[in-house]
Write a protein that binds this ligand. Structure first.
Ligand SMILES: [Zn+2]
Length: 261
């Protein structure tokens, strides 16, 4: 057992006893942790509002070995997620971002930069930036940090560069990328997407990996204007990638329909 201090975002809280909560936190240095917060349900909680969903807090916890829950001993609020006052869509987007991190990460496996990405996305939602781009960039950053960026340009089966002067291109979320015309018949399930959708995904992915040090897209870059069918396809592709990676449909995806419009 060791006492650890780090920054963390609150992903989830569950009642544990009459006075305690189990909190799921995504931390800067230790990845995701699940910890008991004793007294957190009391009226005069020692944690005050530091354990509200999506709060950024400075935490101290006792790291237990094996499968045991860690023990949260301190939490101080650094930044509150305010999108509940902004509107329902940014609020749902925030919940979705936390569900995504929770679904794709394992306890005690640090993922460098992911806490910064999540903080950045929550800030963008709070300041009422375009939620569709905020979520797309966050999804792309997350899968990139986890090493799951799909192949947007080269056939995932044979490595050939795909021809983009076509009406549609085959993309297989299961195989992890685009398929050339020769390899497409060998695959049973794939999406047919517009070249513009693919170009948008590739260029956003590249911008994310090129921008340093925090790997954020420069805020002055205005989001490109894209037609509605492409917006809908962007959501479809990302949803299918996330479903493949998490092996289920995340609950909050159903609340993000407005991002397609
Ligand atoms: Zn191929």
């Amino acid at each position: 057992m060791s006492l650890e201090k780090t920054d963390a975002i609150v992903l989830k809280t569950v009642e544990w006893s009459e006075t305690s909560l189990v909190v799921t936190l995504f931390t800067k240095d230790f990845g995701k942790i699940s910890a008991i917060a004793k007294g957190a349900r009391r009226l005069k909680s020692p944690f005050e509002s530091a354990l509200d969903l999506l709060s950024l807090s400075s935490v101290v916890f006792l790291k237990k070995s094996g499968e045991s829950l860690d023990l949260l001993t301190e939490a101080k609020l650094l930044r509150r997620f305010r999108s509940a006052q902004v509107g329902l869509l940014p609020l749902y987007c925030g919940y979705y971002a936390s569900e995504l991190v929770n679904a794709l990460t394992e306890n005690h496996e640090p993922i460098p930069g992911l806490l910064d990405s999540l903080c950045h996305a929550l800030n963008e939602l709070d300041r009422q930036a375009n939620p569709a781009w905020t979520i797309l960039d966050f999804e792309l950053q997350t899968i990139q940090r986890l090493g799951h960026t799909p192949s947007w340009r080269w056939c995932v089966a044979c490595g050939e560069e795909i021809e983009t002067d076509r009406q549609s291109i085959a993309f297989s979320p299961q195989a992890g990328g685009v398929l050339c015309t020769n390899c497409t018949p060998m695959h049973r399930s794939y999406l047919r997407i517009r070249p513009q959708t693919l170009q948008t995904l590739e260029s956003r992915s590249t911008q994310i990996s090129d921008s340093n040090p925090a790997n954020m897209i420069a805020e002055q870059t205005p989001p490109p204007v894209i037609p509605a069918p492409v917006r809908a396809e962007l959501r479809l592709v990302m949803e299918q990638i996330i479903i493949c990676l998490s092996e289920r449909r995340l609950r909050m995806l159903d609340y993000l329909e407005d991002l397609k419009r």
